[in-house]
Design a protein around this ligand. Structure first.
Ligand SMILES: C[S@@+](CC[C@H](N)C(=O)[O-])C[C@H]1O[C@@H](n2cnc3c(N)ncnc32)[C@H](O)[C@@H]1O
Length: 246
């Protein structure tokens, strides 16, 4: 366990402060944010630390037909959010680089082994976090840091009309695959450092990530959707449905 990281966790009251403190402590200069939305996180970091000399913003700022999450707004709203982001970060426009597109559309514009720090906050479905970690990992410098949002201890972070959030556990499996250490942080964040120091999952919360059973999270859902399917689609299954309800 890295003592400097633990000290930052202890003194940080939220994810914004944690990332700012990490950037200052480890002198992280080239930064990227994947999933920028209205630019609040970017504005905070650019305002609160002078360490950053390049800030890459990755976001399509458009409606995505294959992204079933509550933040998927219509194109007009996304255009407003894009303009809002520009306006909020114009004071740092010399440091800013905008890559408007999905990860897979813009990834080639980022040089390999160039990033000191990446904040992943885009598509948190299994598809999204898989694409993002696999595409961005080669872009990180050795010893660079990835922090990610929505490391939710339940995959049912949003209601069941949406795709499950799979940052947890996928980021942990990814860390094991690349032989790196991953920290479960307060405020539903994770931290992954690119170094071959050996895989370890370090839960720095009050046991939020201990003893999680994905099989029960999935099987509960299977059970309830199974009930709904029976109820809605099989005309004379009311007896079976009533029995299941007991
Ligand atoms: C929760 S918001 C980001 C919030 C922001 N990081 C903050 O802290 O203020 C998620 C963003 O991810 C973007 N996004 C969704 N899918 C994406 C993808 N495949 N590639 C890049 N960005 C994506 C959306 O357009 C949206 O703006």
């Amino acid at each position: 366990m890295n003592e400097a990281i633990i000290k930052i966790i202890v003194r940080s009251k939220d994810r914004f402060m944690f990332c700012k403190e990490l950037i200052e402590e480890f002198d992280l200069k080239k930064v990227a944010e994947l999933g920028v939305y209205r630019g609040d996180f970017a504005k905070y970091l650019l305002e609160n630390t002078s360490k950053i000399d390049r800030y890459i913003m990755i976001d399509p700022w458009r409606n995505l037909s294959d992204w079933n999450k509550p933040a998927n707004e219509n194109n007009n709203i996304f255009e407003e959010f894009y303009q809002e982001t520009l306006q909020k970060t114009n004071f740092a426009k010399d440091k800013r680089e905008i890559l408007r597109g999905k990860t897979t559309e813009v990834i080639d514009k980022i040089e390999d082994e160039s990033l000191d720090f990446l904040y992943i906050d885009g598509d948190h479905t299994l598809k999204g976090i898989t694409i993002d970690l696999i595409n961005l990992w080669p872009k990180m410098k050795n010893n660079g840091f990835i922090v990610g949002d929505d490391f939710s201890s339940t995959i049912w972070q949003h209601n069941q009309n949406y795709e499950p959030t799979m940052v947890f556990p996928f980021a942990v499996y990814f860390a094991e695959a690349v032989n790196a250490k991953i920290y479960g942080l307060p405020h539903s964040q994770f931290l992954l450092q690119k170094s071959q120091s050996g895989f370890e999952f370090i839960d720095t919360t009050n046991g939020e990530y201990s003893n999680l059973e994905l099989r029960s999270q999935f099987s509960n859902t299977t059970k309830s959707s199974f009930k709904t399917t029976i109820k809605n689609n099989i005309p004379f299954a009311s007896k079976i449905y009533s029995a299941l309800k007991k």
